[in-house]
Design a protein around this ligand. Sequence first.
Ligand SMILES: [Zn+2]
Length: 395
Amino acid sequence: MEKSGKSRCALALFFLFIFSQAAADNGAIPVLTIDGADYVALSDLGRVDGLDSSFDIITQRGRFYRGTRTAVYQAGLSAALFSGTLKKYPRPVFRRAGDVLFPAAFAEDLLRDFFPEGAVTRKDRLIVFSAMERAPRRTPPADEAAPPEKAGAPEARDRIGFVIIDAGHGGKDPGAIGRKGLHEKKITLGVARRLESYLKSNLKGVSIVLTRRSDTFIELATRTKIANSHLREKENGVFISVHVNASISPRISGFETYYLSQNPSNDEARATAALENNVVVLEEKSHRKSYDDVEHMEAFMLTAQIQRESALLAECIQSGIDRSTSEFKSRGVRKADFFVLRGSLMPAALAEIGYITNPREAQHLTKAAYQEKVARGIGEGLVSFIKKYNRMIKN
Ligand SMILES: [Zn+2]
């Protein structure tokens, strides 16, 4: 509780660079060649009349806006969200000498998306943009809603090329603590590594990445950032975070799988998310702002499609664990606001594989054989999700 007040205060001190000059309305934006790829600088895009932007140096996240249209990007990522639609590029956005550099294709998409009445053409080392030529701006300018044909347009999906396995907690953050000093972070790492070897032998042609392979501390937002940094043009991924639950009642046992939602399934789901989100108190103070209200909307700007896919992913994982284990009951698929799932630009789920506060379940969770069973269950769920997903994109 105390945290949110503090971070709102920190937010007021935040550096927010606003570039909103009313300069050259039409014109030519220079295309720079960097490492053999075409890039466009924010300082040049900033001169486009009617295109506003901001960049937050701490979260390294920036945004363009015009009327109701927004485009959100993050330095280091090859993907951006255009009014809730994910677009991917061959190279990442990056910062250099106080400027931000975008793949030229990003700049072209941005201008076409934000100025549907204009014309964008490439001429030598220039992007020639003429907003006025074809149709002069009509009297009510900026606030026009997006054209309706855009809303229903199907999103192109790419094949799953990688799986990110996130072992919950680590380092100075032990996670939930059970009897005899049993730490959640140790169980999650054990299951994550077993899941990695299951997937390596059962998912050919898909790379498997762990957010941590040892007892190290990683901030929540960094985990999603690691996952998003693997997104490439024509390649999608899946994010799975492994956790162990805790309850005041030692009688409660069983496993459940979550996907991100602002509206938790019930009070229990809300409490579980609060428990997992609690780790932000151990994070760098300056980083905590990304969890507060202002960033909230942006964090939830995941597309409706990614949310549907995440719900399907959670279903697959939950029934995978249910099939491969018989010791404890399935508590079903739930939704809640887990910070670690926020901002994921790919289907993402979080498995709470059992209760560390239930003595019998805690004992199982420490055993290699049971960890193996759970890992196999999650793995089978992932394989079945990827099959379903690839079938969907073929149609
Ligand atoms: Zn946890």
